[in-house]
Design a protein around this ligand. Sequence first.
Ligand code: ADP
Ligand code: ADP
Length: 235
Amino acid sequence: MSIVRLEHVFKEYTLGEQQVCALNDISLSIEDGSFMAIAGPSGSGKSTLLNLIGCIDTPSLGKIFIDHQDISGRTPDELSDLRARAIGFIFQTFNLFPVLSAAENVEYPLLQFKELSVTERRSRVSKYLAIVGLSRFARHRPNQLSGGQRQRVAIARALATQPKIVLADEPTANLDHKTGEGILQLMKDINGSFRTTFIFSTHDRRVMEMANRLVRIEDGQIVRHEAEEQETSLS
Ligand code: ADP
Ligand code: ADP
């Protein structure tokens, strides 16, 4: 079952007089439960691809299906609702609110789910802080945490809404190698226990090797698509 499908997707940006073709005819099907890396040089279109899958931006041409729903023609409100319920985001610069504690950062995206009571919200926060190993740091602010711990808070925040898909744009780029590996291993463990689909972009070869699916893009086109043999034979 594919959780994400792109059909002949193009994305052009207008820069003054110039047209930049950031994605040039991308077709891609991502199986539910994948742990997928998007690799490619800087400027190849990785962030653009993640933004389209994350419904942050819309394609110039082509169709995108998220969880079997065609997202073309959706209103901005419908897209933001889909995004809030189906997708979690992790960024290379962590993007935490500096004045909020770790627990408050994790709680923040849950505030828009009116159906959750305060108690349910708090228990989600504790649960996901525990999953990322930060229960003891709930009251710390981001500047009282290391880079790796900040990224763990961001992972807890992304998971707290229980999304089907987590998108991570270069999640280890600002971490030293060992810390980055720990973050990837944590993502992989979560992928294993909850079957949450992870799609992450990276430059780091060792990070790519942890993926069970690898898409390499250059100049907005897929130049290589690999899946682990085991997975291919299952599908
Ligand atoms: P990557 O994430 O692989 O570094 P991007 O998706 O950020 O690549 O960029 C792909 C191409 O699209 C680049 O040529 C970049 O300059 C261009 N681009 C990205 N975002 C914009 C934008 N908002 N406006 C104009 N051009 C953009
Ligand atoms: P419970 O919360 O029922 O006690 P566990 O904590 O043992 O169960 O783990 C299963 C739980 O994982 C589900 O109940 C649900 O709260 C949580 N879960 C489901 N889907 C996801 C997801 N995509 N990401 C993170 N957690 C999820």
